[in-house]
Ligand binder design. Structure first.
Ligand SMILES: NC(=O)c1ccc[n+]([C@@H]2O[C@H](COP(=O)([O-])OP(=O)(O)OC[C@H]3O[C@@H](n4cnc5c(N)ncnc54)[C@H](OP(=O)(O)O)[C@@H]3O)[C@@H](O)[C@H]2O)c1
Length: 241
């Protein structure tokens, strides 16, 4: 994808990795639209970056995704990039009494939202790029985050098919596969051990400039290249088996 002069929607673009992408895409002379459930956060971002367009949206519901698409197709007909970044991460066990309810919430935002948004946004004539944010955990699950890890494996697989099926429409499909990053994902403080978002954003832009459509670094890059034995070893190490 070209890195300047795009009109980009970044879901979950008001915090963490999404905010890092927002800030960098503004610097590179793009128009950025972000959405999030938190009004207060959106207000904060538009005060800091007056050129960023904000929209409140709950993407866990089909109506929330349809409202967002209808608004974009009316007000921003020249949108050419969709970045499916919004996601949640929950620690849980299948034995928890609320397991299935929480699993459904995670599936709604991590799986249903990106596939539904892709199916809506390809209707825009101007759309030429979809970027999906997966994870190193797409390749090796963490047992304490069973649905999160599986949701990212789903999105990785779906992204491969999407890339192939949208070739004829000339829509490029990019997968960004982050390693652990210091954001509020899963709750404040849980990712304090991880490196800052900025270093990863740097790696993303370097790889975009090289024309790559599968972007990773560190642990996630190692996992994308690992064979079955290395994946098994990583699974045992990460899960203390
Ligand atoms: N941090 C990591 O270690 C890591 C590693 C690999 C992959 N990732 C992926 O990177 C992406 C961004 O995560 P992050 O680390 O930057 O965490 P984050 O700061 O918590 O960002 C997640 C964003 O998703 C939005 N969101 C969640 N549920 C939503 C909903 N129902 N509707 C609309 N927006 C919703 C949140 O905004 P609201 O709460 O305001 O709605 C928030 O801005 C996720 O897909 C995550 O899986 C992160």
């Amino acid at each position: 994808m070209k890195i300047s002069n795009n009109k980009i929607l970044i879901t979950g673009g008001a915090s963490g990795l999404g905010l890092g992408l927002t800030e960098r895409f503004i610097k590179e002379n793009n128009t950025v639209i972000i959405c999030s459930r938190r009004e207060s956060l959106l207000k904060e971002i538009s005060e800091k970056y007056p050129l960023v367009v904000t929209r409140r949206a709950d993407l866990s519901k089909a109506e929330g995704r349809e409202d967002l698409f209808n608004w974009i197709s009316e007000k921003h007909t020249d949108l050419n990039v969709l970045i499916n970044n919004a996601g949640i991460q929950q620690r849980m066990s299948v034995s928890d009494s609320d397991f299935f309810q929480r699993a459904k919430e995670e599936i709604a935002i991590n799986i249903e939202a990106p596939i539904h948004l892709a199916s809506l946004f390809i209707k825009l004539k101007s759309l030429n790029t979809i970027m999906n944010i997966t994870s190193g955990l797409s390749f090796v699950p963490l047992v304490r985050m069973p649905v999160y890890s599986a949701s990212k494996a789903f999105l990785h697989s779906f992204t491969l098919s999407l890339r192939h099926s949208l070739k004829q429409k000339n829509i490029e499909v990019i997968e960004v596969i982050p390693p652990a990053l210091n954001t509020d994902l899963g709750g404040k403080g849980l990712h304090n051990y991880a490196p800052p978002v900025e270093d990863f954003i740097e790696a993303v832009f370097m790889q975009l400039l090289l024309g790559k459509n599968e972007i990773s670094s560190g642990f996630s890059e190692t996992m994308t290249k690992a064979g079955p034995e290395d994946l098994q070893k990583a699974f045992e190490r990460m899960n203390g088996i």
